[in-house]
Design a binder for this molecule. Structure first.
Ligand code: GLA
Length: 388
C-alpha cells in the first residue's frame, strides 16, 4: 500500500484525516540467536518493511484501535489501558506500550483514533509484533513530548511484550526496530546495550530471507522454557562461579564449569549460548575484515547449534537451511529469530539466486509439502515519522 492509500483507508475508517503517520520496521537477525536474554551479542538489521501507524486525536476519552491486517476493532476508555485484554487480542501490543508510558508517570488525558497497517509477514519470525510496539512507542513519544531516547523506546516495547503478551523476550527485536539504520547491521551488547552500526554492503552478495510459511508460536511456551533453562544453568554454575548471565563465560570458562550443570537439557542450552556469543563476535570481525566466506560459515554453524543444542528449528527450518547449504554460491544459511517456524536468512551470490530459489523451493516442497517464499532483504531505517 502507498501512503496515499493508507491515508484514504484512515479516512474511510474514521471519517477524518490522520494528523500524523509513523513507521517502524521488522528485523532480520544475521547471527547471535537466543543470546539477547543471556546478556550476549546479537547482529540484527532493520528491514525496509514494517508497521505503519496513522493517528489523530479525538474528543472522546477513548483510544480506538483498528488494523487493516485484522478485522477486530478495539475501543478502550483511557482508564482501561493498563489491563491486558483476554484471548490474545492484537490490541494488547499497542496497549501494552501505552501502559508503559502510564507506568513511567505519563498521564494520558487525550483520546486518539489509530489505524495500523503492516507488511511484515505475520508469524514469520521477522518481528511484526516488535514493529507494532516500537511504532506505537515512537508515536506516543512524539505526540506526548516525553523525550525518551530510542533505547528507552525499545525497552518500553520489550516490557509490553513481557507484560501484555507473556513472552519473556530479550531486547533484540525492539532494539533493531528502534535503532536500525539503512545498510547497517546493529552489533549490540545486550548486557550493556552499547552498540555499533556496522555497514553491510556486500559486493555481489544478497541477504535472502526464506519463509517456511510455518508460523512460529513464540507464545506457545517453548520460548519461555528456553529462558528458564538458561536461568537454571546460571544458577547451577553460580555454585562454583557466580555469574549473572551465561554470556559472561568464554568457551574456556565454560569448559571449566560445565560439569556443574547437572540438568542435561540446561547443559546443552548453555553450550549453545556460549558458542553463539563467540560466533557472533567472530562473524562481526570477519565482516569488518571483508571475509564474507567466514561470516557465512559461522551462520551455518549457528544453525547447527540451534538445531542440535537449542532445539528451536524443526523440520521446516532444517529443510530450508539444509537445502540452501547444498547450493553453489550460498555462503551460509541459518534460521533467524525465535525459531519453531518462521524464516531462514542466507547469504547468496547474485548469480546463484535463481538456482537457489528453484532448488531450495523444490526440495522444501518435497520434504514438507509447503511452498516457501523468498525475499531479497533491503536493510532500512529504524522508527521514524513519515513526512510528506
Ligand atoms: C525472538 C525474541 C528475541 C530473541 C530471538 C532469538 O525474536 O523476541 O528477543 O530472543 O527470539 O534470538
Amino acid at each position: 500500500m502507498t501512503i496515499d492509500q493508507l491515508k484514504s483507508a484512515y479516512e474511510a475508517a474514521y471519517q477524518k484525516s490522520a494528523t500524523d503517520i509513523f513507521f517502524s520496521p521488522g528485523r532480520v537477525n544475521l547471527i547471535g540467536e537466543h543470546t539477547d536474554y543471556n546478556g550476549g551479542f546479537v547482529f540484527p538489521c532493520a528491514l525496509s518493511f514494517g508497521t505503519y501507524l496513522l493517528i489523530s486525536p479525538n474528543s472522546e476519552q477513548k483510544i480506538n484501535f483498528r488494523s487493516l491486517n485484522i478485522d477486530a476493532v478495539y475501543s478502550l476508555e483511557l482508564t482501561q489501558l493498563t489491563t491486558p485484554l483476554p484471548n490474545k487480542a492484537w490490541a494488547n501490543y499497542p496497549m501494552g506500550v501505552i501502559a508503559q508510558f502510564i507506568k513511567r508517570g505519563v498521564s494520558i488525558t487525550q483520546g486518539y483514533d489509530i489505524l495500523f497497517w503492516g507488511n511484515v509477514p505475520a508469524g514469520a519470525g521477522l518481528s511484526s509484533s516488535a514493529a507494532m510496539e516500537v511504532v506505537t512507542a515512537f508515536a506516543f513519544n512524539e505526540l506526548l513530548g516525553t523525550g525518551y531516547d530510542r533505547t528507552e523506546l525499545a525497552k518500553i516495547g520489550q516490557a509490553a511484550e513481557h507484560e501484555f503478551a507473556g513472552v519473556m523476550c530479550g531486547i533484540m527485536d525492539q532494539f533493531a526496530s528502534a535503532q536500525g539504520q539503512k545498510d547497517h547491521a546493529i552489533y549490540l551488547n545486550c548486557d550493556t546495550l552499547e552498540f555499533d552500526l556496522v555497514p553491510v554492503k556486500l559486493e555481489g552478495i544478497k541477504v535472502v530471507v526464506s519463509n517456511t510459511h510455518s508460523p512460529h508460536h513464540l507464545d506457545s511456551g517453548a520460548y519461555n522454557d528456553r529462558v528458564r533453562q538458561c536461568q537454571l544453568a546460571v544458577q547451577q554454575i553460580s555454585a562454583v562461579r557466580p555469574i549473572k548471565n551465561l554470556a559472561e563465560l568464554s568457551q574456556a570458562d565454560f569448559n571449566q564449569v560445565e560439569h556443574t550443570i547437572t540438568d542435561e537439557v540446561a547443559h546443552r542450552r548453555a553450550r549453545h549460548v556460549v558458542g553463539e556469543v563467540q560466533r557472533t563476535k567472530d562473524a562481526v570481525e570477519a565482516l569488518q575484515q571483508g571475509n564474507i566466506e567466514k561470516f557465512g560459515e559461522l551462520m551455518t554453524q549457528s544453525h547447527i547449534s540451534l538445531r542440535d543444542d537449542y532445539e528451536v528449528t524443526g523440520l521446516q527450518l532444517d529443510s530450508l537451511a539444509e537445502a540452501a547449504w547444498k547450493v553453489d554460491g550460498v555462503l551460509g544459511s541459518r534460521m533467524t529469530g525465535g525459531g519453531f517456524g518462521g524464516c531462514t536468512v542466507s547469504l547468496v551470490r547474485d548469480e546463484a539466486i535463481p538456482t537457489f530459489i528453484e532448488q531450495v523451493g523444490a526440495e522444501y516442497i518435497k520434504k514438507t509439502g509447503l511452498k516457501a517464499d523468498f525475499y531479497i532483504a533491503e536493510i532500512g531505517d529504524g522508527a521514524h515519522r513519515i513526512v510528506e
